[in-house]
Design a binder for this molecule. Structure first.
Ligand code: ADP
Ligand code: MG
Length: 247
């Protein structure tokens, strides 16, 4: 087997007496969607924050393509290709879809954001942004104001902004949250396509979407991974049913 693209080994993180991550070991291989599921408060978002570099683990290592990035800043990790989908609040609602994607591409190149007239005329940035919009199916909406998009389309735009980083790995924390059936139905095929661009570590509460999308599933309970397996095996695992999926 080839080396995993992302390898998380023995990550431990405490908040006072609370163990939010306890010896978490997890990997992500080329072309896969690896879903991380578990009850509220299990430590899923805390783990993503440590992988992205927003939070330092107490111990353990994070390797991207064989390189140890555990001590690197969020910006250095983003440049190395660890992309996290941004919160909706990071989009500029008054600007167009294309402008937002170009600002993302600019951030990827310079590690900071800023809006200048010259930026919008930069053909390299424009091409990167257009390609990312096409990849998420928003190409026709380039000239729309973000404020006029549907909730689902804004989610797609966040993914496009992440794609302008030319990511090696996509970290997604609940991309379907708050989307109706229609938004979820658009998101599922998009993620199925995107995993071939970059493997996806997917946190998601919508179990129908998880079982449609995931190649492997890890179950996190009280900061510990209790099982990692193919979806069919997870669905019938008695420990998982007891701790999370329920009967
Ligand atoms: P999940 O995403 O699985 O719902 P979180 O990772 O958000 O869970 O939280 C895991 C646990 O860590 C929760 O008990 C939460 O209250 C706690 N926690 C998260 N961030 C902090 C923090 N900065 N300080 C203290 N406790 C935190
Ligand atoms: Mg969370």
């Amino acid at each position: 087997m080839t080396e995993p693209v992302l390898r998380i080994s023995g990550i431990t993180k405490s908040f006072g007496a609370l163990r939010a991550s306890e010896d978490v070991t997890l990997d992500l291989c080329a072309g896969e969607i690896h879903a991380l599921i578990g009850p509220n408060g299990a430590g899923k978002s805390t783990l993503i924050a440590q992988i992205a570099g927003a939070l330092a683990p107490d111990s353990g290592t994070i390797k991207l393509e064989g390189r140890d990035v555990t001590a690197q800043s969020t910006v250095a990790r983003a440049r190395a290709g660890l992309a996290r989908t941004f919160q909706i609040s990071s989009l500029a609602m008054e600007d167009t879809v294309l402008q937002n994607a170009m600002l993302g591409a600019l951030g990827a190149r310079q590690g900071r954001l800023g809006l200048f007239g010259s930026v919008m005329r930069d053909t390299g940035l424009r091409e990167t942004a257009r390609a990312a919009l096409d990849e998420v199916g928003l190409g026709e909406f380039a000239g729309f104001r973000v404020g006029d998009l549907s909730h689902g389309q804004r989610r797609q735009l966040e993914v496009a902004v992440a794609l302008t980083l030319k990511p090696r790995v996509l970290l997604m924390d609940e991309p379907m949250a708050g989307l109706g059936a229609e938004g979820t139905a658009q998101m599922v095929p998009m993620l199925q396509r995107l995993k071939h661009t970059a493997p996806i570590l997917l946190i998601e509460h919508d179990m129908d979407a998880v079982f449609q999308l995931a190649d492997r599933i890890s179950v996190l309970v009280y900061g510990q991974i209790i099982a990692t397996d193919a979806p069919d095996a997870i669905r019938t695992d008695p420990r998982v049913r007891e701790a999370y999926l329920g009967d």
